[in-house]
Design a protein around this ligand. Structure first.
Ligand SMILES: *Cc1c(COP(=O)(O)O)cnc(C)c1O
Length: 415
């Protein structure tokens, strides 16, 4: 297919896109050089309301109410936003999710709580995979070292990810906790959430899902899966802004039984009594440690308004259509230049990004960034095309993929 055919196809897809109007709800400054944004899987774009909401927050709540706002509403924000995420994005009933900390810190807190409860039953192994996101692997290495536990590694295929069969083989009577990403950060492979959860449970283990690349791009049903624990960030498909706080989910049946290791005053029963000795608060509150980052939660509400308007099913449908266009263009235009699709071709097992591989992609990425086409590069030779369904148009995909083709041609010509 010629270039203009892809442009025509993309225009038709945009014309039919029920979520198309929501693209105008993202901030696009006049001065921006943006041509195509392919990195909403690393840092989502700001919603257009965010400057106004931040200004109102500062004016009315921070300056206006000062310390009174903690009592009036801020202390409730981790729960309010957690419940909202639970309802719109995670398939989690109220009272099980809080917004706090970073993903890394919440991973530590939830994993430590789980392995401690399980080690008391003689379950001393943590099951994980070699291709999980680095922070997940490092945190589990640290916990294993700290608690004298054993790591049982699953060798994951970098072009797909952890399979149900591999998990069944790895778990057993020693399994305390298993930790996986639902969508693999490298390949975009979508793991079998309910199947893997059931397999870990059959062996008597607990399971924690890292949903960083799923939240806001792929429908998730934590309660229905019977998941024990989950964490995720809010700055990728959830557009919460750089360093926006993470969320943690602990299934209600574990409340009061799992105890997290960072005993701070906000997670204590009757925090404002400031009494002697730590006693965990009831419910999910005990998973909070210190003062919640309220200011950094403001943009998330604006983004969740868009998610609510769109609905996760429509978001997923558009995401599938976007990644299918990426793959069709890669096959037609880039395969002849030696580019390989290193993500699952079957949409049912693919999240919202497509990884392409070829030598020279580090240089190609740098060249693309200079012209406002923004994917990201992951060693050894991968470009990730992350297409955030709420903010990305099909035309943007077409333009960006053609620019990628041109950049490869220029690189090969030594220009
Ligand atoms: C992005 C990401 C993280 C990030 O953790 P931070 O603490 O926010 O740096 C963790 N896990 C996965 C799978 C991710 O994709």
């Amino acid at each position: 297919m010629a270039d203009h055919d892809f442009r025509t196809e993309a225009a038709a897809l945009d014309a039919d896109d029920p979520l198309g109007p929501l693209r105008d709800r993202f901030l696009a400054p006049e001065s921006s050089d943006l041509v195509a944004y392919f990195d909403g899987n690393s840092l989502g774009r700001p919603v257009a309301d965010v400057p106004g909401r931040l200004a109102d927050f500062i004016d009315q709540q921070w300056a206006g109410r000062l310390i009174r706002a903690w009592d009036e509403q801020w202390l409730d924000w981790p729960h309010r936003l957690g419940d909202r995420l639970g309802r719109l994005v995670l398939g989690a009933a109220a009272g099980q999710t809080v917004v706090a900390d970073s993903t890394t810190v919440l991973l530590y807190k939830l994993c430590r709580a789980a392995v401690d409860a399980q080690a008391a039953q003689g379950r001393t192994e943590i099951v994980l995979d070699t291709d999980n996101f680095p922070t997940d692997r490092y945190i589990l290495e640290g916990i294993a070292a700290e608690r004298g536990l054993t790591l049982r590694w699953i060798e994951a295929d970098q072009r797909s990810g952890v399979t149900l069969e591999q998990v069944r083989e790895a778990v057993g009577p020693k399994t305390g906790l298993a930790v996986f990403s639902h969508v693999a950060y490298r390949s975009g492979f979508l793991a079998d959430g309910p199947g893997i959860t059931a397999a870990v449970h059959d062996a008597g283990g607990l399971v924690l899902w890292d949903l960083c690349h799923s939240g806001g791009s792929v429908p998730v049903a934590l309660d229905e899966w019977g998941a024990d624990l989950a964490v995720g960030c809010t700055y990728k498909y959830l557009n919460g802004g750089p360093g926006s706080p993470a969320w943690g989910y602990v299934a209600a049946r574990h409340h009061g039984l799992l105890r997290q290791p960072i005993w701070g005053w906000i997670g204590r029963r009757d925090a404002f009594d400031m009494g002697p000795g730590y006693e965990p608060a009831e419910g999910i509150r005990s998973f909070i440690s210190g003062t919640p980052p309220i200011l950094a939660m403001v943009p998330l509400d604006a983004s969740l308004d868009l998610v609510e308007k769109a609905g996760m099913d429509a978001i997923r449908a558009k995401s599938v259509a976007l990644t299918e266009l990426v793959i069709r263009m890669a096959d037609a235009l880039l395969a002849p230049l030696g580019v390989e699709v290193a993500s699952p071709r079957e949409s049912a097992v693919r999240g919202a990004h497509v990884t392409l591989r070829r030598h020279g992609f580090r240089e190609v990425t740098a060249a693309l960034w200079r012209e406002g086409v923004i994917p990201d590069y992951r060693d050894p030779d991968g470009i990730r095309i992350g297409v955030s369904p709420l903010s990305t148009s099909f035309a943007e995909v077409a333009t960006g993929m053609l620019a990628l083709r041109d950049a490869i041609v220029r690189l090969d010509a030594g220009q």
